[in-house]
Each structure stands twice: as C-alpha cells, then as structure tokens.
Design a protein around this ligand. Structure first.
Ligand code: NDP
Ligand code: ZN
Length: 350
C-alpha cells in the first residue's frame, strides 16, 4: 500500500478539498504511475455533484491522466520504469465477454471499472482518479504516450480525444462529409480537429459569440450561433453528422432539423432525462438516425494517440493548479473554458 495525496469531493454539495488515502500494493500485472498532468472533464463535475444519480463518495475525479512509470509488477512486459504513459476512463473490465474480446471494453457485458467511483474487480475497493499524485493501474489499461506529443497537452486526449475520435471513426466520417459539432468545450474542440483531419467540412454550433473567431482558428470551416433561430433555420437539411457534446438538457429538434435524409445525430453528452421530447417526425420523415457513443476501447485509444502524434493534433489547454479546481468547475459550468483545463500535478505538493 502507498499513501496518496489528492483532491476529493466528499459529498455532492461540498467543494473539492485535500484528501489522503491508500493506493493498493502493486499486483503482478500492475503499473505504478507518478501523475504529471490530469485534464478536467465535464464528467468529473457530473460525478462529483451526483448529476447521474448518487456517486460513491469520496470521489477523487480525473480520467485524463499522463504520468511517468515508477514501478512495475513482476509480470508487466509492456512498460518499464521511466516510460511516459496515460490512463483514461477505464482501469479494468471482465476481459472474457464478447465486447472485451472485440477491444470494446467500454461496452463490457459485466460493466467496465471506471477510473474513479467504481469498485475494483479483485478486492472491491473504491477506485480513485487522477486528481492525485500517483495511481496504480493494470497494465492492460495503460496507454503509451508517443514521444512527439507535447506532454503537457496530451492528457485530454485520454477522454475528450477518444470520445470524439471513436464515433467519427465508427460512422466512417470521410472527405466531403458535412459534420456539425455541438458545444465548443473540451470534447467539442477535439471533435473539430478530428473531423477536419478525416477530411470533413466542419461547422461549430456554439452559444458563445466569444468563441466564433477561435472556432475558425481551430480549423472549423463555419460557425453557427445556436441561439440564433435564423441561422439554425438556414442550416436545415445540410449535415451528414452532428456530434453533440452539450452537457445539459437541450432541445434536440432544431438540431435534428439540420440533418439531411439519413443524417446521424451522435450524442456523447449524457443528458438525463432527455427533455424536451424528440419529435418522431424529425426522425421518421427523413430516415434520420439518433445514436450515442461511449469513450472508446483501449486499442482504439492507442490508435487515436498515435494518430494525434502523426497529424500533430493536440488539445488547446489552460494549465491550472489543483488549488484552483473549484473555480475551474464554476467556469466550465458557464462554458468559459478554452478548451480544456489541465491540472499541473506538481501543485499538489504546494
Ligand atoms: P465542457 O464543459 O468542456 O464543454 C461543453 C460545451 O457545451 C460548453 O463549452 C458549451 O459550448 C456547451 N454548453 C454548455 N452548457 C450549455 C448549455 N446550457 N446549452 C448549450 N450548450 C452548452 O464539457 P466536456 O466537453 O468535457 O463534456 C461534454 C459532455 O460530454 C459532458 O456531459 C460529459 O459528461 C460528456 N462526456 C461523455 C463521454 C462519453 O463517453 N460519451 C466522455 C466524456 C465526457 P459553447 O460555449 O460553445 O456553447
Ligand atoms: Zn471524461
């Protein structure tokens, strides 16, 4: 066992605060990682505040982890001390169901083990995430960070990156497709970069006037201000795909209306319950598809990291100290983030 320093939420209504706990002793197939950077995902806020039902407190959030290997178990073959590695949203799964066999651990029939707020499959202890100084993770769920990626900006790829890469790949987005990205936050801005890299013509839908100029810098071809009804009407029937990263309840109908016949609306934001209702006619009359997508498997996450290295794709980030985390949460709730907060874990020593 090793003592870990972290920041945790002790309840849905208390701000994150310093918290100490024990990490498990290294198992034969475990890797011990000193955490250098951790991205701040909107899911961290959802779970810290029990937006998706009561969470298992204490919650140490953080599933966009980059760090350095400090120790490896006796059966670890892929990593050695000193390697720069990443950990995303999952730290284990059953490894024997059909989905695990197909490298789709996120859809494990027996439920994957999330990086925080879940129970370890072997000893049942609660998992604690990346807002901490180190983490112990099964080798199979550790990613290799390519050398050419800027270390300080790679962390958000582990969730924001894979969550947008995976559905765009799965649906076969290609040159000439018209893709709209809804919400210009952590996930949204990565969605723009991937859709562009796959050759699509990309439009950002944002409420924030202040993001329009930057949206173009991100590589977007067009921007639609989603609160402007005339702009939304003008976009009717023009998109092949919409990637929806909005983290709160919103009316899908005006967006569905923007899809062509056979167009696909992909939800990655988890909005429960989904209100107001989707009008069946918006799907039926144009054979449109409404679907969702959950992160990505471990092999695909490695593929995405390697793709980012090859294509010089990186996250646009604002570095913060862990002591600023509650303020960062407030800013994210207002959509005021450009475009991912990354915690410099050195600050945990302050
Ligand atoms: P961010 O907070 O970084 O970005 C969300 C963006 O959505 C904002 O920047 C804003 O963009 C827009 N937005 C925010 N509030 C509203 C609102 N009230 N109405 C319309 N638009 C709004 O969040 P993330 O990108 O980190 O996460 C997005 C969602 O994806 C979250 O719900 C998260 O839990 C979920 N998620 C899902 C995963 C999956 O596997 N499916 C994995 C990871 C996250 P703008 O200012 O441009 O309007
Ligand atoms: Zn996330």
């Amino acid at each position: 066992m090793s003592k870990a320093k972290s920041y945790a939420a002790l309840s849905a209504t208390t701000p994150l605060a310093p918290f100490s706990f024990e990490r498990r002793a290294l198992r034969a197939d475990d890797v011990n990682i000193d955490i250098l950077y951790c991205g701040v995902c909107h899911s961290d806020i959802h779970v810290a505040e029990s937006d998706w039902g009561p969470s298992n407190y204490p919650i140490v959030p953080g599933h966009e982890i980059v760090g350095k290997v400090t120790e490896v178990g006796s059966k670890v073959s892929k990593y050695k001390v000193g390697d720069i590695v990443g950990v995303g949203c999952m730290v284990d799964s059953c490894q024997h169901c059909s989905h695990c066999a197909a490298d789709l651990e996120q859809y494990c029939d027996n439920g994957f083990v999330g990086t925080y707020g879940f129970n370890d499959l072997i000893d049942g202890t609660l998992t604690y995430g990346g807002y901490s100084d180190h983490i112990v993770v099964r080798e199979k769920f550790v990613l290799s960070i390519p050398e050419t990626l800027a270390l300080s900006k790679a962390a958000p790829l582990l969730c924001a990156g894979i969550t947008t890469y995976s559905p765009l790949r799965h649906h076969g987005v290609k040159a000439g497709d018209k893709v709209g990205v809804l919400g210009m936050g952590g996930l949204g801005h990565m969605g723009v970069k991937f859709a562009k890299a796959f050759g699509a013509e990309v439009t950002i839908f944002t409420r924030s006037q202040s993001k329009i100029a930057e949206a173009k810098k991100q590589g977007a071809d067009h921007v639609i201000v989603s609160t402007d009804e005339a702009q939304m009407q003008a976009a009717a029937m023009t998109f092949d795909y919409l990637l929806d990263t909005i983290p709160v309840q919103h009316d899908l109908n005006p967006y569905l209306n923007c899809l062509k016949v056979d167009g696909t609306h992909i939800l990655v934001g988890l909005i429960e319950p989904m209100e107001p209702a989707v009008h069946a006619a918006n799907l039926v009359m144009k054979r449109r598809i409404l679907t969702g997508s959950l992160i990505g498997g471990i092999a695909e996450t490695q593929e995405m990291l390697d793709f980012c290295a090859q294509h010089s794709i990186e996250c646009d980030a604002e570095m913060i100290d862990i002591q600023d985390i509650n303020h960062a949460y407030q800013r994210m709730k207002k959509g005021d983030v450009k475009y991912r907060f990354i915690i410099d874990m050195k600050s945990l020593k302050n």
